[in-house]
Design a protein around this ligand. Structure first.
Ligand code: KMH
Ligand code: ZN
Length: 274
């Protein structure tokens, strides 16, 4: 098995200070929590940003500032910006994050119910996003909230809109998306093309059980306050680093080594972007 690539999803779009006082909101807080997570084993940061009121935004200037602050502290971490944003955002708004010169960006490959909302990703939209990433030389991470999203990703490959190494993130446990359990994870992994790499983001209480399964199966793990704010039942995580540290402990017990950012770049076939 390759070394374990840990992605930290530091703040997301939905979690507020009412949910947890530890959620990073300002560019400085986001960069600091990313740095702490990097020190304990995260090699990818999945980034959303917030405006001065703490609301999610895809504003290019805020993304640029956060990316600069992170690169100052963590020179080799893989920066993956969200193009998912928040459910009410237009495609134009969502695409602004690509202006921050990231290494990677998320590419959700299908529409999904998202609690009481709909996270809209029609195929023309997905193709437009893929084209924008290709033009800018940004590697997509396919975000699959359901099994059919893997098929949609392969349509992009067939059309030549995505080339090179393929990397998938299975987001499991969103109300409306695929349920987080072992049977579904095996089905997702079985549906991948040869040579692809994969990560699991288990939502809420499924974060660590899904992480443990991925570690044992040779996959990779995403954790962070975007997906889960608890370090254990009823106990808030005080930082994103705490969540990463727990994954590192589980990996150690299962005999899986942690990938450095440099090693993660090799596994994903990504160069160093400045
Ligand atoms: N906030 C969700 C609606 C992504 O970052 O690409 C979408 C999301 C996916 O978080
Ligand atoms: Zn996200």
């Amino acid at each position: 098995m390759d070394e374990l690539i840990i992605t930290v999803a530091v703040c997301g779009a939905e979690v507020t200070r009412n949910d947890t006082p530890y959620i990073p909101i300002t560019p400085e807080e986001i960069a600091q929590q990313t740095y702490e997570a990097y020190l304990v084993g995260a090699s990818i940061v999945h980034l959303h940003v917030r405006d001065e009121n703490g609301n999610p935004t895809q504003d290019a200037q805020i993304f640029q500032k956060v990316v600069r602050l992170i690169r100052e502290k963590c020179p080799d971490i893989i920066i993956q910006v969200s193009t998912g944003g928040a459910v009410w955002m237009s495609p134009e708004e969502r695409l602004q994050s690509l202006e921050a010169n990231p290494d990677m960006a998320t590419l959700t490959t299908g529409t999904v119910n998202f609690g009481n909302d709909v996270f809209m990703n029609s195929m023309p939209m997905v193709e437009r996003f893929a084209r924008a990433m290709k033009e800018k030389g940004i590697m997509p991470e396919f975000e699959c909230f359901d099994l059919g999203h893997i098929n949609n990703a392969m349509q992009l490959v067939k059309k030549g809109l995505v080339e090179g190494h393929l990397h998938f993130d299975f987001v499991m446990g969103v109300p409306g998306g695929i349920a987080a359990n072992a049977r579904n994870l095996v089905a997702m992994v079985d549906s991948l093309p040869a040579g692809a790499t994969w990560t699991v983001a288990g939502i809420g209480k499924y974060e660590f059980p899904m992480a443990a399964m991925a570690i044992a199966m040779g996959g990779n793990v995403r954790v962070g306050m975007e997906d889960n704010i608890y370090i254990e039942k009823g106990v808030l995580a005080r930082s994103n680093a705490e969540l990463v540290e727990k994954v590192v402990r589980i990996a150690k017990e299962l005999g899986r080594k942690i990938a450095s950012p440099q090693r993660a770049r090799e596994i994903l076939d990504l160069g160093l972007k400045r």
